[in-house]
Design a protein around this ligand. Structure first.
Ligand SMILES: Cc1ncc(COP(=O)(O)O)c(C=O)c1O
Length: 478
């Protein structure tokens, strides 16, 4: 069943590459003028706050999940499928905080449970709480391969911990990631992110010695993976292969359906651990995550986002007992402890938020309903592209929808094209900003104009209404 719904990565790559190669399609100047006017007329409070924020906050915002042109819109309220800004404008929320809120934003039932705990002990005690155990047991019920679970404060931290664990367990140093994959912003993983072949372009401030053991291999290229593993075998071995199991950049470059299974086999052959970074996919593509979706068992799983339903702080590592015990070796163990921690990790607020959100996700079949909403949204957007003969690309993996109006999602930088790509990207990113602005004016919030997350809250009526607004927007393209 899952194999049948999985889209062909080659078809998607072809469409994206064609979009990059062809002349850019842009919004009509008159439409852009109208959008700018809208911001002036309807978002004055946001404008004032944003201009003051420039003085105190680099770039005026602490998050980089939104397009902030002409200025960041300041949000005041969120509920279900909607957000409202400080000027009272309402937006349909396909950002969903970057993915965590499967049952919709600010769910009242979960909120009550969180408030109950807050009233009793506040957000943090620094000691063991009942909900730590409840959450770990619940994860184990949905993902039996997560025999033990260590909670941390973010996906970035959890990936750092997973790598440290893999190195301690295998005694090897080298790690292999996939080109363009994002595993957070830690020193050793900020390598070849977002755009394949970008190598250390995003690694300013990081000594190269720190990421010299991080190797990046192109997605879906099993020969290249084997070659790298073979090379490493002659040079100390590979600690782990770490992947976003739907594909780099939250699946923007989708894998072949059997890719993860083949990686599993390669890891077994070469004695490397397989790490699934399920920060995006975990509890979103199903309660069993990508592991259940593909029927592939990783050695270590990394969690974030949906783990706590959007409550801070959200991160964790899980896996087989014999590996996980390195975090707290039993008496007499012949290996040293792998130290991880965090003052606010596994606080009662995160644990209770996560526990009840995951229970509700199961009870209300949120993953399935969000996936159906994702299918509907994707099909409807494609129809609009067809109606106006726009070459833009949209595809979804369940509740994760990728959209591209400039052709950058499948880019690969090489030594030959580096300067040309960078120049073209500057121009295309300007167009992406304009697209983001138009989306805002039409009352639609996305993840930087490139991704949309659906949730349980996205009913048919809500999505039909979005189609009317998207139709109005795409009609404005030349
Ligand atoms: C696949 C993946 N891993 C790790 C991270 C980092 O998680 P966090 O932002 O919680 O540090 C992200 C964040 O978007 C992600 O998408």
């Amino acid at each position: 069943m899952n194999m049948q719904i999985w889209k062909n990565p080659e078809e998607i790559a072809d469409k994206l590459n064609r979009l990059w190669e062809m002349p850019a399609r842009r919004l009509k100047p008159a439409a852009i003028e109208g959008y700018m006017r809208y911001f002036e007329e309807h978002c004055q409070k946001s404008k004032i706050l944003a201009s003051e924020a420039c003085k105190y906050i680099p770039g005026a915002v602490q998050h980089n999940l939104s397009l902030n042109y002409p200025f960041p819109v300041c949000m005041a309220k969120a509920e279900g499928a909607y957000m409202w800004d400080v000027d009272g404008n309402r937006y349909t929320d396909f950002l969903q905080a970057g993915g965590p809120t499967m049952i919709g934003s600010n769910d009242p039932y979960v909120r009550e449970k969180v408030i109950e705990v807050m009233n009793n002990c506040g957000a943090v005690t620094g000691l063991f709480s009942e909900y730590e155990l409840k959450l770990a047991k619940l994860i184990n019920r949905h993902m039996p391969h997560v025999e033990m679970f260590r909670m941390l404060a973010s996906g970035t931290e959890a990936n750092m911990a997973a790598i440290r664990l893999a190195r301690a367990f295998t005694g090897c140093t080298k790690i292999i990631k996939i080109c363009a994959a994002y595993h957070g912003w830690s020193d050793q993983l900020e390598y070849d992110i977002t755009i394949a072949g970008s190598h250390s372009e995003n690694a300013s401030g990081i000594p190269k010695e720190v990421y010299m053991h991080t190797q990046a291999v192109p997605v879906n290229d099993l020969d290249a993976m084997r070659e790298q593993l073979e090379k490493n075998r002659k040079d100390g071995g590979t600690a782990c292969v770490i992947v976003e199991p739907f594909g780099p950049e939250s699946g923007a470059r989708p894998v072949y359906f059997d890719y993860n299974r083949k990686l599993r086999e390669l890891c077994n052959e070469f004695g490397a651990l397989l790490i699934f970074d399920e920060v995006v996919t975990g509890f979103r593509v199903g309660l069993g995550g990508a592991a259940a979706f593909f029927g592939v068992t990783p050695d270590i799983t990394v969690f974030g986002k949906a783990l706590t339903g959007g409550y801070p702080a959200s991160g964790g590592v899980g896996g087989r007992r014999e590996i996980m015990q390195y975090f707290s070796p039993p008496e007499g163990a012949r290996y040293p402890r792998v130290h991880v921690g965090g003052t606010l990790s596994a606080n009662p607020l995160s644990c209770v938020g996560g526990y009840y959100t995951l229970l509700e996700t199961e009870k209300r079949q949120a993953c399935e309903k969000a996936a159906a909403a994702g299918d509907k949204l994707c099909k409807g957007i494609q129809k609009i592209f067809d109606r106006y003969e726009l070459p833009f690309v949209v595809y979804n993996q369940l509740s994760i929808i990728h959209i591209d109006v400039v052709g950058r999602l499948n880019l690969t930088i090489t030594d030959e094209n580096r300067e040309e790509v960078k120049k073209k990207l500057l121009e295309r990113n300007r167009l992406l900003n304009e697209f983001g602005m138009a989306l805002f004016v039409e009352g639609i919030v996305t993840l930087v104009g490139r991704r949309m997350y659906t949730s349980l809250a996205d009913t048919d009526d809500i999505i039909d209404d979005v189609f009317i607004r998207l139709d109005r927007l795409f009609k404005n393209y030349c």
